[in-house]
Design a protein around this ligand. Structure first.
Ligand SMILES: Nc1ncnc2c1ncn2[C@@H]1O[C@H](COP(=O)(O)OP(=O)(O)OP(=O)(O)O)[C@@H](O)[C@H]1O
Ligand SMILES: [Mg+2]
Length: 360
């Protein structure tokens, strides 16, 4: 069943603590050269999953194969150092008595000149050239984290397990370090399993995202698919603010103040949530009490009154109180659009950009 390109393969992995299931029947595969992000809210079991693969936590059930070889299975439980994986954990620690260069070179084999070259090359990649002779206590937290990162990358592991490796870095620095890390890992063709609770980080890093919730993987796919075809309302809400319009599906059609939505496959007479991201609400001006004409792709407009508008740099966020029921909807508009509070505007919803789920 295991294909040779799978570097990490886990099957039916489960773990409970004091009778509470923290990881339930998790299966996934990561191929050589692939970055898989395990994404989910705090406490959903991401670190526990990674720790079991690393061998520092013992599963109650399941199998773990690295490079096609069982490292955890019936009668098999290899210690971490025998699993052949590189680790970068949330709570990394540098060796305090070694210099930066000593730390980075720690897992390297070969002659001194080769090691030095590798160390210098990696230090440069993360903006720490010239830091080699310093000791960890002379570095800032973010600098220490970068050293820990390249220490893990240095031996060119075929499998890399990373748990929130960029969490301590400030925003500006983080993007550069992420890109440099990806570059190194891709160049080595490593299989990477990266844990994060930040959707933007997963979208930026991953070839594939495994979305986790309550100890289970609820959806898997490329970032584009996960973002644009969420499996449920919570999966949609994990990636951005969402707007929800509640309706009742009758004969595969749901009537709303924004016109009718096609809702095939939903229980006749059942409540549905029509979910729309802020950037997919369309705003139009009021023309003496009238809005734009209804269209097939956008339905009918509904009137809203601006509550407040904020400028975020790349976009403006406008909050509306809707006339039809007093509910609040939020629209995001590229660039600068800052209508005054109490301005009357009309909102429309692109049919191809909304998701319909059974009411939560
Ligand atoms: N050794 C342990 N003993 C008891 N409970 C544990 C243990 N390790 C983890 N847990 C619990 O299991 C749950 C999942 O923990 P885990 O660290 O896997 O979450 P996470 O998804 O990594 O969250 P975060 O994003 O906050 O790091 C948590 O409720 C945690 O308290
Ligand atoms: Mg964690």
């Amino acid at each position: 069943m295991t294909s040779s390109s799978e570097r990490i393969e886990i099957q039916g992995l489960s773990r409970s603590f004091s009778g509470r299931a923290v990881v339930s029947d998790v299966s996934l595969q990561v191929a050589a050269g692939q970055v898989m992000c395990l994404l989910g809210p705090s406490g959903c079991g991401k670190s526990t999953t990674l720790r079991m693969i690393a061998g520092v936590e013992t599963p109650d059930q399941g199998r773990i194969l690295i490079d096609g070889q069982p490292v955890f299975d019936a009668g098999v439980n290899l210690p971490p150092e025998a699993r052949g994986v590189g680790l970068m954990f949330q709570d990394f620690a540098l060796f305090p008595h070694l210099t930066v260069a000593g730390n980075v070179a720690f897992g390297l084999v070969g002659d001194k000149a080769t090691k030095l070259r590798r160390v210098e090359e990696l230090l440069e990649k993360v903006g720490l050239s010239g830091f080699g002779s310093k000791h960890p206590h002379e570095l800032s937290g973010g600098e220490q984290q970068r050293v820990a990162l390249i220490r893990a990358l240095a031996p060119k592991p075929r499998v890399m397990l990373m748990d929130e490796p960029f969490s301590g870095l400030d925003n500006r620095l983080r993007d550069g370090i992420r890109d440099a890390t990806l570059e190194v890992l891709k160049a080595e063709g490593a299989a990477v399993l990266l844990v994060t609770h930040e959707p933007e980080e997963a979208m930026r890093m991953a070839d594939e995202i495994a979305l986790m919730r309550g100890g289970q993987i609820v959806q898997r796919g490329a970032p584009y698919n996960i973002y644009n075809a969420p499996v449920d309302r919570a999966a949609a809400a994990f990636f951005s603010d969402i707007n929800v319009i509640r309706g009742r599906s009758t004969g595969a059609l749901t009537e709303t103040p924004f016109g009718a939505f096609l809702t095939p496959g939903h229980l006749d007479g059942g409540e549905v949530d029509i979910v729309i991201r802020p950037q997919h609400l369309k705003i139009d001006f009021d023309r003496a009490g009238r809005g734009p004409n209804p269209t097939v792709s956008e339905g009918s407009p509904a009137r809203g009154i601006v509550q407040r508008a904020r400028y975020l740099g790349h976009a403006s966020l406008v909050e509306f109180r809707m006339e039809f029921d007093g509910s609040i909807l939020t629209a995001s508009v590229p660039g600068v659009f800052l209508p005054k509070p109490d301005t009357v505007l009309w909102l429309m919803i692109r049919r191809d950009r909304c998701y319909v789920f059974p009411a939560a």
